[in-house]
Design a protein around this ligand. Sequence first.
Ligand SMILES: Cc1cc2nc3c(=O)[nH]c(=O)nc-3n(C[C@H](O)[C@H](O)[C@H](O)COP(=O)(O)OP(=O)(O)OC[C@H]3O[C@@H](n4cnc5c(N)ncnc54)[C@H](O)[C@@H]3O)c2cc1C
Length: 567
Amino acid sequence: MSGVQRAVTRERYDVAIVGSGFSGSLMARVLAVLGYDVALLERGTHPRFAIGESTTPLANLSLERLGRRYGLADCYRLAAHGRWLEHYPDIRRGLKRGFTFYRHHPGEAFAERGVDSERLLVAASPNDAVADTHWVRADVDHHFVRQAVGAGVDYRDRTELATARFESDRVHLSGSRDGEPVEIDAAFVIDASGPGGFLARQLDDRSGLDRTETRSALVFSHFTGVGSVRNVARGLPDGPYPDDSAAVHHLIDEGWMYSLRFDDGVTSAGFSLTPRGLAALGAPRDPDRLWALLLERYPTIGVVFGDATPVMPIRFVPAVQHRLTEAAGERWVLLPHTYGFVDPLFSTGIAWGLRAIERLALMFEHHAARRAVPNGEKLGRYAAILAVEADQIDRMVAGAYEAMAHFDLFAAHAMLYFATVSFSEVKQRIAADDNVAWNGFLGVGDVVLEPLPGESLRRLKEITHTRGNTGSEEDRRRYVEWATAAIAPRNVAGLADPTLHNLYPVDLDVLIEHHSLLEMTREQIVEGLPALRGMGPEPVFADQRGGDRSTSPQGPRATARQVPAPR
Ligand SMILES: Cc1cc2nc3c(=O)[nH]c(=O)nc-3n(C[C@H](O)[C@H](O)[C@H](O)COP(=O)(O)OP(=O)(O)OC[C@H]3O[C@@H](n4cnc5c(N)ncnc54)[C@H](O)[C@@H]3O)c2cc1C
């Protein structure tokens, strides 16, 4: 028996969801809360390892909104490090105060040049209590699937689906579980099965990968005993938060490395390598050899990971990108990670996935009284926005890879990302309207922000010639000037300010100064400060009156079940 108790099985459902990562489970639970009969079908079992761990303010805002709207107390409480610790200390996580970047050069120790070091820190939160988190996905996904079962979702693990047959009003799924046939009949199917998604094969949803510019391979694992750049380069000035309480990015000639420290001392780390970078290393496919080669080539990373021990085998994935052509059709829809994935850079995956859950939930909510399912027009809107957003993420990331040629270019290009997300975050915090879920992700739909990643990529390629050229000092100066001016109409966070030497705190005074960019008065911003600090009052949830049950706008639907705790 897996770690999650199964509910009574039924064969006929309103909605079948394939895949029980956090997105499938959360989607299933919200629909159950709305009154739908939902089957959640999982090939594997929980708890299980999953990659994709680092959240952002936009991810946590979505989680809070889902929590508030559908009465899911845990979602609200898992959306900030302090609340998480208080309510769910057994679910493992890490503290993420912001984004840390270092530029390393082959054969050289990280160069300590005081405030002129090749180091960029961008704070995402003003303190630990309201900070973002890294999710230990084994625990978090297990938690969400248990909560889905608690809300009445019929969860079936170890279920291998073979076919999906679409009829005018139903979809028939068939497969097997432990050699026994499984037949499911649903009015609608949501595919949350991730890369190589189940429905894509059934519907002949072709690869759209030729739309995606970014290409990278990945070598990764979880480690104990990882050190810190700050302990190696002791002379670096203090930043707005401790460098390691962040998503740490080590930029290298061949791509970049992520390093995410969990509170229990385990670190999730991986190198994302461009095809050119991998080839330059001799294209080794043996993960241990490739890992050792990279640590040897970059001495400071070598010291930081010198005593690290992998807690599972180091793995190699030759290409992490995938993309399909259609994200929805009559009686089916794909969640974002099933539709496409670009790269872990900028941690867009969880936020994008949660935003899509919000959108679909709003669509279903509209039909919930009749337990009907969304129609073609609405699904078309969902699919159209997802396609534009996937392109936008790709351009932002592709630009970052070009910009890695020189740290000044990278730091300036990164400002486009940070200006875009901080502007969205502030708008969403001030106007807590659920329809913000339909706002485009990463600046899509914003006349100023939407064109920037594409324009930046074009300008960067002129400098780098897509060969990693660093360009002249004048080329770089002009690019930095362009990026600074381009974000100015949306720069509410005081980014691209040379006096800060790439060390950006969350500065609410700066935000107040920039009130006009938000079309607000100074007083309106000051009034919104508790919300802007992420310290608004906690909503009242049903579990405060006892039990960890979900309530919906329509009233409680969840049936209390005994579900074992993770581990
Ligand atoms: C290297 C890497 C690093 C990343 N880092 C970040 C990050 O730092 N921050 C961030 O926000 N995002 C990150 N992402 C993206 C993140 O991983 C995804 O957004 C996230 O995993 C999506 O979760 P999900 O629940 O949609 O799908 P998944 O986590 O992929 O879950 C899919 C589930 O479906 C099941 N399944 C698969 N096929 C079938 C089938 N045929 N039938 C039934 N079940 C099936 C699987 O067993 C699994 O449980 C990263 C991605 C990669 C590749």
